[in-house]
Ligand binder design. Structure first.
Ligand SMILES: C[S@@+](CC[C@H](N)C(=O)[O-])C[C@H]1O[C@@H](n2cnc3c(N)ncnc32)[C@H](O)[C@@H]1O
Length: 243
């Protein structure tokens, strides 16, 4: 589902009530459509239903070259996503120390790269997808990135603050889930720290940048290529924040 699809999701209840009034068959069809959408497997399912189909993926960057394990049911199966590659090539180097976050780690191309680029930092690869977390842990171990920790969102200590966030965020979850997800984690940036998010313009990068700006974050498009944008988002100062 695209960002546009998320808007479609918002419009369904209205359509459902309107159609029930004029045409009960249309309401039945909409119910069937909703059930189908719920049944479709997603890369952000907690326990992917897709049978395992392991594939090694080469990740080539100017400073390192890795072979990463990927699998069905996990984002980017069999290839490194073009947006992820762009982020890893163009975003600034991570801070040398502190806690760094890869929000939505998948099989770990971002987390493992951060871990190798900043060996004295601690990198949190966070995901809801259990198969993704297992792959990231395995890829970090194989690459010798012992400073990568994998965790489900609720397992990250509540008081944890991050020196930087790098993410190819899960825009396909829909705006209703994406917006609170982003504010929750962006509000865990240290003062003065920044997040770098890669989002394609067809998946709503520009409206996302405007929305983040309206929420009080300072947002800058730091790079753009083939429709992908890297948004640099700075920690916002909460009113009365005495952190
Ligand atoms: C676009 S993929 C990026 C994966 C990986 N970082 C990469 O670049 O290949 C987004 C990831 O976010 C994860 N995700 C979805 N909802 C999430 C949530 N609420 N909290 C953390 N991660 C989530 C998905 O499971 C998916 O692995």
């Amino acid at each position: 589902m695209t960002a546009g699809g998320a808007n479609g999701r918002h419009s369904l209840p209205f359509l459902h009530h309107a159609s029930r009034a004029v045409c009960p068959e249309a309401a039945t069809l909409i119910c069937a459509f909703r059930a189908t959408i719920r049944a479709v497997p997603h890369y952000f399912d907690r326990e992917p239903a897709a049978p395992s189909r392991p594939r090694q993926v080469p990740l080539r960057l100017p400073d390192l070259s890795l072979s990463l394990a990927s699998d069905a049911g996990v984002f980017g199966h069999g290839r490194v996503d073009s947006g992820t590659l762009f982020l890893l090539r163009r975003a600034p180097a991570p801070p040398a120390e502190g806690d760094l976050l890869d929000l939505g780690t998948g099989y770990g191309p971002i987390a493992v790269t951060l871990g190798l680029r900043s060996p004295r930092a601690r990198v949190w690869g966070v995901d809801v997808n259990q198969r993704a977390l297992e792959l990231t842990a395995r890829n970090a171990a194989t690459a010798g990135a012992a400073n990568v920790i994998t965790a489900a969102p609720d397992d990250v200590p509540a008081g944890m603050r991050f020196a930087a966030i790098y993410s190819n965020p899960p825009v396909r979850v829909g705006l209703r889930m994406l917006h609170p997800l982003l504010t929750e984690w962006l509000d865990r940036l240290d003062d003065g720290a920044a997040a770098h998010l890669v989002v394609h313009r067809h998946l709503g990068s520009d409206s996302l940048a405007r929305w983040l700006g309206a929420e009080g974050f300072s947002v800058e498009r730091m790079a753009s290529h083939d429709g992908f944008r890297i948004l640099r988002v700075q920690a916002r100062q909460a009113v009365g924040d005495d952190r």
